[in-house]
Design a protein around this ligand. Structure first.
Ligand SMILES: [Zn+2]
Length: 483
């Protein structure tokens, strides 16, 4: 992953239903709207009490799992969490230390280094990148002093996902892949810090000066193409093992002496992000095979790419993760062979209770429903078997048919408003979207659709889907303001 900002989307200003409502904050108005939606009734807006959705509460719980601390994972193995966006580790050898995943920001990664220097003053001999996402490597200069001869290890295809995106033309300024191909941000990067709940993020937002500080790149000096290599660095026996999953360039690090495994982002406290909404292909089959290899090591402890290390039941967690992913894969393929469409498969391949009850497999960052759709897209392709999908119409023509059916565009808009008032934001958004197509210069349906998307986002557990809903709502409001 690149960034966790669990946001609360800004809501539109109240629409004048309440005397004195101008004193409400934007957040208050959104909460009232959501509270109304949750209660399933068209409550007078002024009487609804502000309350968060169950999804938001669960996300806050997820966020609170990680606090700033350094774990002693094993003798001579330490992992810092809650300082940079990723988990950053130090392995202490005879005459030096090895850093695993230095973090995303030279400033915050320097804080990690200071924490580690409280533990030992041995020099840094090597850095290992588990994969080529910026939240794991951009802070490397905090550990690699200029002129030092530190070994920097990664797989030979390091940066494969970023390169693939760049080759496809998806380059989004300094934001890496966070923008991707989408019109709005899937990671919440455009939402204000006040509207965010951090997961394993920095304890404070980076200042403008920190953001503006140029990052000195620390590229890999040593790479490998083999399935597995064995190294000895600072007297420590280390194995680096190819493990494609969240990215094609992933590796895991195995310390046979301590029986500690550094899993990178192939393991952390969420359903795996098999398909990032920003638009990238990831192979669930590779990911499952990599988990099989990790399980076979029988690790005592597993250091996750984000959040706290798995200290007690590492093999059990790895096995459940692997089995749940395999179950979703098998169920999706089985249903597809019975001519079920992706919309049907999302229900058919929902997790059974034995996996659904495990919090570390909840849809916090990846989602089961997104995984089902991705499996179908990868293994079957875009055609879902519906013959009408061979004869699709332009969206505007579809909306014209809908307006003709219900008796005109004004009726569509009125029905959308009624759905919103009745606590059905999905219905409201679907109807309002038709009106935005038929009246692209009218701000009213855009503002209504924005309110509906905020309400939908608020009820969504999956952080990227939530972010995209909020960010898209903001996009619609900006368009409406300009009209
Ligand atoms: Zn990450």
């Amino acid at each position: 992953m690149n960034r966790f900002n669990l946001s609360h989307g800004p809501a539109s200003a109240p629409r004048g239903k309440c005397p004195g409502s101008h004193k409400e904050t934007r957040r208050d108005s959104r909460q009232l709207l959501v509270a109304s939606a949750l209660l399933g009734a068209a409550l007078p807006v002024c009487q609804a009490t502000a309350q968060e959705s169950a999804a938001t509460e669960q996300l806050r719980g997820w966020s609170s799992i990680v606090t700033r601390q350094v774990f002693e994972v094993a003798d001579n193995v330490y992992t810092a969490v809650g300082i940079t966006l990723s988990a950053n580790s130090m392995i202490v050898g005879d005459d030096g230390v090895i850093i695993v995943d230095p973090g995303h920001s030279p400033t915050l990664s320097a804080e990690v280094r200071r924490e580690f220097e409280q533990i030992t003053d041995k020099p840094i001999r090597a850095i290992i990148f588990t994969h080529g996402h910026g939240d794991h490597f951009r802070g490397a200069s905090a550990f690699a002093d200029e002129g030092s001869e530190i070994e920097v290890w990664a797989r030979a295809n390091f940066g494969a996902e970023t390169r693939a995106a760049a080759e496809a033309g998806f380059v989004s300024g300094g934001a890496g892949l966070s923008g991707g191909v989408r019109p709005a941000d899937t990671q919440g990067g455009d939402l204000s810090p006040e509207q965010t709940v951090q997961f394993n993020g920095p304890p404070r937002p980076m200042s403008p000066e920190e953001r503006a500080t140029p990052v000195r790149r620390v590229p890999p000096t040593h790479t490998f193409t083999e399935e597995r290599i064995e190294l000895e660095i600072a007297g420590v026996e280390i194995e680096l093992v190819a493990a494609p999953g969240e990215t094609a360039d992933h590796l895991y690090i195995w310390l046979p002496g301590e029986r500690v495994l550094f899993a990178g982002d192939n393991v952390f406290h969420t359903w795996p992000n098999v398909y990032p909404l920003r638009g990238t292909n990831r192979s669930i089959r590779d990911w499952i095979a990599s988990l099989d290899k990790m399980i076979a090591e029988e690790p005592a402890r597993v250091v996750a790419g984000h959040g706290n290390p798995l200290m007690d039941n590492a093999v059990e967690q790895l096995t459940n993760r692997r089995d749940a992913m395999q179950w979703v894969y098998d169920r999706t393929i089985e249903g597809a062979m019975r001519f079920m469409t992706p919309d049907e498969l999302v229900e058919y391949a929902a997790l059974p209770e034995q996996f659904a009850s495990l919090d570390y497999l909840a849809d916090y960052y990846g989602s089961v429903w997104g995984t089902v759709r991705q499996i179908y897209a990868q293994e079957v392709g875009w055609f879902d078997g519906d013959p009408l999908n061979l004869h699709r119409e332009n969206p505007v023509r579809q909306s014209e048919r809908m307006a003709e059916l219900v008796g005109g565009v004004d009726v569509l808009l009125a029905r959308a408003q009624e759905a919103m008032a009745a606590g059905d934001p999905l219905g409201a958004a679907q109807l309002a979207q038709h009106v935005t197509r038929l009246r692209p210069d009218d701000p009213e349906p855009k503002l209504l659709m924005a309110d509906a998307l905020d309400a939908l986002g608020e009820q969504t557990l999956n952080a990227p889907a939530r972010h995209y809903s909020f960010s898209y709502a903001n996009l619609l409001r900006r368009e409406a303001e300009q009209q």
